[in-house]
Design a protein around this ligand. Sequence first.
Ligand code: PMP
Length: 301
Amino acid sequence: LDDRDGVIWLDGEFVPWRTARLHVLSHGLHYGGSVFEGERAYGGQVFKLSEHSARLVASARLMGFELPWSAAELDAATRETVAVAGLTDGYVRPVAWRGSDTLRLVAPDTSVHVAVAAWPWPRIFTDGPRGIRLRTSRWRRPAPDTAPVTAKTAAAYALGSLAGQEAEEAGCDDALLLDHRGRLAEATGANLFLVLDGALHTPPPECVLDGITRRTVIALAHALGLTVVERHLAPAELDRATEVFLTGTAYEVQPVTAVDDRHYPLGEVGAALAAAYARAVRGEEALPGPGFASAATPGER
Ligand code: PMP
């Protein structure tokens, strides 16, 4: 990924892709003083850009540092990066980290760096739209008083990286993590939805990242007349689910066809939401705001 043409926005200017480096003594490398976002451009526009920039700023604050750029400035830098890259459809990765001024763990005055890279990246799972297989991980999402679970920080992704690697080594596509109490939580980079008796059920964003796609899909589900229940889910409820899918910027609405030994069909609820999401990201579907109510049913749309 580091050996390619193009430029990366780094601390306010564009630098050649291959030389966008940081110092080996950076706090972000040693102690996880790093936060990031995963964004996606459709037709040259980053979907939910301001929500992502705001989450980057919020993640940094949760990790005890301030970014040298406002959310609005990050929006502008991201738009410029996408435009300079000539990117229509692809992935955008803003990242911010504490620098190399000191090797002290507690480093409130350390410089903070920000970079934004954008490149074409059509799908996270390479062989096209199909269901993926999950494997329940032996690693659990920590409690909210054990780690800053709502921050999108590199520090939290050591766990997801390890869980995902173990799932792949076992021949699965991704890991399903339980939370510290053994309830269903999320995949390594996506939120979890179960269809139970025709309604959507998803864990509350307590030990999981409050996904921007998750919120979008909940709004789209309401617009389709579906019932959405945010509650804690026991792993045994996977036995009763008629459909399972994941949501995330990179995953979009990704059907799951197996969790361990359980198998699921590519169902119509997931398909309807995937289609609605595909329209929404291209601005072809009005996204209802809070308080939106609709009598429309899936069959009517
Ligand atoms: N959970 C985790 C652990 C993630 O990394 C992501 C991806 N950012 C998500 C959920 C989904 O979040 P979003 O919909 O904002 O991409």
